[in-house]
Design a protein around this ligand. Structure first.
Ligand code: FES
Length: 86
């Protein structure tokens, strides 16, 4: 199936995670830390480290390794801290 990673179409196998889609797209750093802006990327791929936070279908701060892909899913890097809810 096809998903959009940073606006670019990427072919991913059914059952893959959004984090896998980001890695397949060639992204090593998939987010920036909220404090220093340092690059971070998926490490554990099992929901423990939180280094895979991403914006998925408009929802920030999602653990990309725990979200299965869906056709047309939009995946963006998480840049810094998410905005507070208003
Ligand atoms: S890669 Fe560790 S929580 Fe997702």
């Amino acid at each position: 199936m096809s998903v959009l990673v940073e606006g670019r179409a990427v072919a991913v196998p059914e059952g893959a995670s959004a984090a896998a889609a980001m890695l397949l797209a060639g992204l090593i750093a998939t987010r920036e830390s909220a404090v220093s802006g340092a690059p971070r990327g998926p490490l554990c791929l099992m929901g423990v480290c939180f280094d895979c936070l991403a914006e998925i279908d408009g929802v920030p701060n999602r653990q990309a390794c725990m979200v299965p892909v869906a056709p047309g899913m939009r995946i963006l890097r998480q840049r810094g801290a998410r905005e507070a809810l208003r």
